[in-house]
Design a protein around this ligand. Structure first.
Ligand SMILES: Cc1cc2nc3c(=O)[nH]c(=O)nc-3n(C[C@H](O)[C@H](O)[C@H](O)COP(=O)(O)O)c2cc1C
Length: 339
C-alpha cells in the first residue's frame, strides 16, 4: 500500500513540476521582425505578419508595421475605429490610443509625443512598434546590420528576479552580508524639479541611490527664460559649453548601472549633462537615460552623449512628462529587468 501511495505522490509531483515548467516556458516570448519581410519569428516559429503579406518599414528611423499579429502574440487586443481613424490597443492593465497621422499617442490616457506618427501605407495601418512594445513593458532590440527588431517579453527575467531574491534571503541566513548590495545609481539634473520628481520615483522603484547634479552657478529664472537670449539658450548653442558642477559622486566605481536624467532643452540634454558624462569613467557600466520635457521626445539627446562614455552600454532612453505617475515610472523600471 505504501509503495502504491509513493508512486501516486511521485506521479502527482512530476505532473505538477512539468505543468509549472511549461507555464514558465509558455510565458517566454521572443518575436523577431525584419524590415521588408512579411514573416516574423515567434519563438523561432515562422509566421506571417498579416494575410496581405505586409512587411515592416522604416519611416524617419522608426519601424512601423501592422501590429495586430504582434499584439495578439503577447496576449493583447487591437480595435480599429475607421470613423475616427484611431487604434486602441490593450495588454494587461495598459491601454494605448493612437490616431493616424497624429504625433500624440495616449498611454493610459497620458499624452505622449511620437517622433513618427501612425500612417496608412499601401492601404495598411502602420504603427510605431517600439512605442507600443515598450509601453506594454516589452524590451525592443534593434539590429541595424541585420535590419531586425526583436521584441522580448521578459517573464524570464521576472523569474530570475524571484530566484535571486530567494537566493539572497538564503545567503543572509547563511552568512553576514554588507549593508546593501545595491549597484544602481540615479543621477539627474533638474532646473524646475520636474526631472527631480521622476528621478526620485525611479530611485524608489529600482531601490537605487540618487545623486543630484548641482550647478556651481545655479540657474536663475532669467537663466532659463528660453524666450529670451538666456544663459540656457546660449549654452545649448555652444558646442564647447561645459557648465561647472558643484560636488562629485565619490563612489562611482560601486555602481554598474547608472540612470541619467535631464530636462530637454531645445531637443537636447543641457550641457551640464555633458560636463557630468565627461567627468567619470563609465567603462563597463550600463547607462539608462531618461528625460522630462514639455512635449519633445527623447530624440537624439541621449545618442549625442554616447561618444563621451567609452566602453559603456547605453540602453534605450525614455521621456516622461513632468507629472509622470509613480506607477508609470515603476512600470518602465520593472520592464528593464534590473533587479
Ligand atoms: C531652455 C529650455 C529649453 C527647453 N526646450 C524644450 C524643448 O525643446 N522641448 C520641450 O518639449 N520642452 C522644452 N523645455 C521644457 C522642459 O524640457 C520641461 O519643462 C522639463 O520638464 C523641465 O524639467 P526640470 O523641471 O527638471 O528642469 C525647455 C525648457 C527650457 C528651460
Amino acid at each position: 500500500m505504501k509503495k502504491i501511495l509513493l508512486v501516486i505522490f511521485t506521479l502527482i509531483f512530476f505532473c505538477m513540476t512539468a505543468a509549472s515548467v511549461n507555464a514558465a516556458e509558455s510565458d517566454d516570448l521572443t518575436i523577431q521582425l525584419k524590415i521588408d519581410s512579411p514573416l516574423m519569428l515567434v519563438n523561432n516559429e515562422e509566421k506571417t505578419i498579416d494575410e496581405n503579406g505586409t512587411s515592416p518599414v522604416i519611416v524617419k528611423s522608426r519601424t512601423l508595421l501592422p501590429v495586430r499579429a504582434v499584439v495578439e502574440e503577447i496576449g493583447g487586443s487591437v480595435e480599429w475605429d475607421a470613423d475616427t481613424k484611431t487604434v486602441g490597443l490593450q495588454s494587461g492593465d495598459n491601454n494605448i490610443k493612437l490616431e493616424i497621422d497624429s504625433a500624440t499617442a495616449y498611454l493610459n490616457n497620458e499624452p505622449y509625443t511620437l517622433d513618427t506618427p501612425p500612417a496608412i501605407i499601401g492601404g495598411r495601418t502602420m504603427l510605431p512598434i517600439r512605442f507600443i512594445a515598450e509601453s506594454f513593458g516589452l524590451e525592443v532590440i534593434w539590429n541595424g546590420e541585420e535590419q531586425t527588431v526583436t521584441i522580448v517579453k521578459k517573464s524570464d527575467i521576472q523569474t530570475e528576479r524571484v530566484t535571486s531574491a530567494e537566493a539572497a534571503t538564503e545567503s543572509t541566513t547563511a552568512e553576514e552580508t554588507t549593508e546593501s548590495d545595491n549597484n544602481i545609481l540615479v543621477v539627474y539634473f533638474s532646473a524646475t524639479n520636474n526631472t527631480k520628481g521622476v528621478a526620485e520615483k525611479i530611485a524608489e522603484a529600482a531601490e537605487a541611490d540618487i545623486y543630484a547634479i548641482t550647478p556651481a552657478i545655479p540657474y536663475t529664472d532669467a537663466d532659463i527664460d528660453y524666450n529670451t537670449e538666456c544663459r540656457a539658450n546660449k549654452e545649448q548653442n555652444d558646442d564647447s559649453a561645459r557648465p561647472e558642477i558643484s560636488g562629485t559622486v565619490e563612489n562611482m566605481e560601486d555602481y554598474d548601472t547608472v540612470f541619467i536624467g535631464y530636462p530637454i532643452w531645445w531637443g537636447q540634454a543641457p550641457k551640464i549633462m555633458y560636463t557630468f558624462m565627461e567627468s567619470y569613467d563609465f567603462n563597463g557600466k550600463t547607462i539608462i537615460p531618461f528625460c522630462t520635457s514639455g512635449s519633445s521626445p527623447i530624440g537624439t539627446s541621449a545618442e549625442n552623449m554616447q561618444g563621451l562614455t567609452q566602453g559603456a552600454k547605453w540602453l534605450e532612453g525614455r521621456r516622461f512628462s513632468g507629472g509622470a505617475s509613480a506607477d508609470e515610472v515603476r512600470g518602465w523600471v520593472n520592464s528593464l529587468g534590473l533587479k
